[in-house]
Design a protein around this ligand. Sequence first.
Ligand code: FAD
Length: 459
Amino acid sequence: MMEEMIIDRLRAIVGPSNVTTEYEDLLCYAYDATFRESLPAVVVKPRSTEEISLIMRLANEYKIPVVPRGAGTGLSGGSVPLKGGICLVLTRLNRILSIDKENRVAVVEPGVITDDFHAVTEQMGLFYPPDPASGKTSTMGGNIAECAGGARGVKYGVTKDYVLGLEVVLPQGDVITVGNPIDGETGDYDYPLLFTGSEGTLGIITKIMVRLIPLPPYKETVLAIYDQLEAAGETVSTMIKQGVIPTTLEIADHATINAVENYLAIGLPTDAQAFLLIEVDGIKDEVVRQIAIVEETCRRFGAVSIKVARTKEEIDKLWLARRSISGACGKISPTKISEDATVPRSKIPEMIKKVREIAEKYGIKMVIFGHAGDGNLHPNVLTDKRNKEEMARVEEAVAELFQATVEMGGTLSGEHGIGYMKAPFLKWETGETGYQVMKAIKKQLDPHNILNPGKMFTD
Ligand SMILES: Cc1cc2nc3c(=O)[nH]c(=O)nc-3n(C[C@H](O)[C@H](O)[C@H](O)COP(=O)(O)OP(=O)(O)OC[C@H]3O[C@@H](n4cnc5c(N)ncnc54)[C@H](O)[C@@H]3O)c2cc1C
């Protein structure tokens, strides 16, 4: 319960219609795309940097937790209000402020939907490559806070590679602008990188300056079907070694293919053990040359069927299967725990083997699909959170998966962030000193630990 006086002050800052404490409303903001729920005390929807600054000053005065929230599609639990407090919804800051075609930079507010931004830039012949599969819903602010990746990461990198500057409201209410919209170069520390991927623990992102590139003129997509998952994994490692630079290189295993086919009935072979979806974009002649190498490599590793799509309609049809995976898995089990532990690309075959061993050892259902070109296999556990005994086995399996990832030189988070879900394991990756440095930065900026407590750090 939050004191009525504080609620009144919040109403005075953002207007009464943008504050709610109704139970039904709170429930809508108690969860994200993970499985844990925790009610905020109040939901507040500001419209400007100034309002957010005032809210943070108030929260500091009374030591109230504040959880920034975009669309709530996070897969590590970043926007779940674990300690109650204020759920700060940023979707009303939703304007594209400028797109400078000549200098190829754009300035947007954090509540802009990712795919809306893609559509606007692409109409102008410009390209913003980060493309989380949640792009129809996720916000640019959430993407920056999680350093989102996506299928195109293998060629174009992830969100941090496009952030030039940010406006940030710091936990105590001060506002700073870091980086710049020209080339991101400044004489100070590389602050945009500090806030990108900080998961709402260091500041609230209120303006975003990003780099754009020219829209590639041509692309082709290949769907290769395999009767062995390992062979698909070997194809990925070999293709990268051969110097092919695919725009996307997605993998899906037997269970995933079946889930999608049951869901969509689009004629995927249900006895197939894996598919690879490979796209190459750029100048037409070069695309054609690289696609020939792709086809040859797929064939060499025993692909049983290879389809090449060239028109937009054909390409969209091939992508339908990949885009439907999350929904399809949701039909199999009520709880999907989506891991994005990522290994060096040369270790993909080893990781595939490990995931299968772990699933068998703990007797759990795990499917593999993801951005294999980045070394990101997305092992997804399909379970039911109401089954306490199975959830205990899932927890042990996930810990073993993380251990294997770190041992192979990988990372706990290819793109989904640490949130509350991976916080207990963060030290395995950072080491004690790295962890303490991160904590020191957090403490300096947020001495009362009011901004998104319980995320990234467990203590
Ligand atoms: C079906 C599905 C597919 C997905 N595919 C991908 C994928 O391919 N690649 C990928 O990277 N992710 C993917 N995700 C995960 C998720 O969509 C991303 O992490 C996305 O960036 C979250 O955006 P959001 O607006 O939903 O943020 P939220 O979930 O609301 O918040 C995420 C985190 O960001 C913080 N935050 C939000 N806005 C701000 C702000 N303005 N300032 C400071 N902190 C803020 C929150 O506190 C929280 O810690 C997927 C999720 C789903 C459900």
